[in-house]
Each structure stands twice: as C-alpha cells, then as structure tokens.
Design a protein around this ligand. Structure first.
Ligand code: SF4
Length: 138
C-alpha cells in the first residue's frame, strides 16, 4: 500500500479520532493491518496515499487542503530518518523510528498538527523518553 512518510507516525499515534466517519473507518482498517504481527510492505510516497483516499481534505492527486503543512511533515520525516520513496516493511521502519526518535524531533516534525495534542503519538512513539531540559548550574 502507498503511505506518505508522516503517516508512519500518524498510524502509530492514531487513537480512533479523525476527520469524518469514512476516514475513521478506513483508518481503523489500515491501522489494524499495520499493527498486526504479519509484515506489511508499504511504498513510501510524498503524495496522497491509502489514508488520504478517504479523507475529506483530499482535493485531488497529490493535493491536500493543507498541502504546504503536510508536505513539510513528510519532508521532515524523510530527512530525519534518511528515507527514500521506495518499498519498506512497515513494522521494521516503525521499530527503527521508535528507537531513533527523540522528543525534540517529534515535536519539530509535528509542529502545527491539531491531532498531536489529542492523540497517543508521544506515548506510542516515544514511550518513556522524556524531553531534555537544559542543564541548570549547581
Ligand atoms: S488528505 Fe491531507 S489531511 Fe487528509 S490524510 Fe491526507 S495528508 Fe492528512
């Protein structure tokens, strides 16, 4: 299935809320498959994907109503994790992202996303990793 890079994060943090009933139904179907133990091949694409297909914000191929923002999320995920537009095993990628992601990186990637504060992204992707606080002098 086609998946845009920032949806590697959304599919982990998703906790049942979405843009419409149709979107949620599709998201439930896709995340159930991706969260299963069977390896799933995904094709990373910086364009509209399997989740956009049932989203009310999709205006056309490669066109989201917040295109500038979602393209920025995609670009940051590609850059941080040195990804390419090619096939990957979803579970392997997610494992690597969870290992390498820091709270600062996640906050930077997801800056401006309205789901970030209300979904389970931090809990699912970061686990117990905490944001670093600046060193205080003794
Ligand atoms: S169309 Fe836009 S808002 Fe909807 S799932 Fe795709 S990137 Fe997200």
């Amino acid at each position: 299935m086609d998946l845009r890079p920032h949806h590697l994060l959304c599919t982990q943090g998703y906790s049942g809320k979405g843009y419409s009933d149709k979107f949620v139904e599709n998201m439930n179907r896709v995340t159930e498959k991706l969260r299963g133990s069977e390896p799933v091949m995904v094709h990373l694409t910086c364009s509209t994907d399997v989740l956009c297909a049932d989203c009310p914000n999709m205006l056309g191929t490669d066109l989201c109503s917040t295109n500038e923002k979602v393209k920025r999320y995609d670009w940051k995920v590609m850059k941080y994790f040195q990804l390419e537009e090619k096939d990957y095993i979803y579970q392997e990628l997610v494992e690597r992202i969870r290992e390498e992601m820091t709270p600062e990186m996640l906050a930077d990637i997801c800056d401006g996303c309205s789901w970030y504060p209300v979904s389970a992204c931090r809990e699912k992707i970061l686990g117990k990793k905490k944001r670093r606080t600046p060193q205080q002098p003794d």
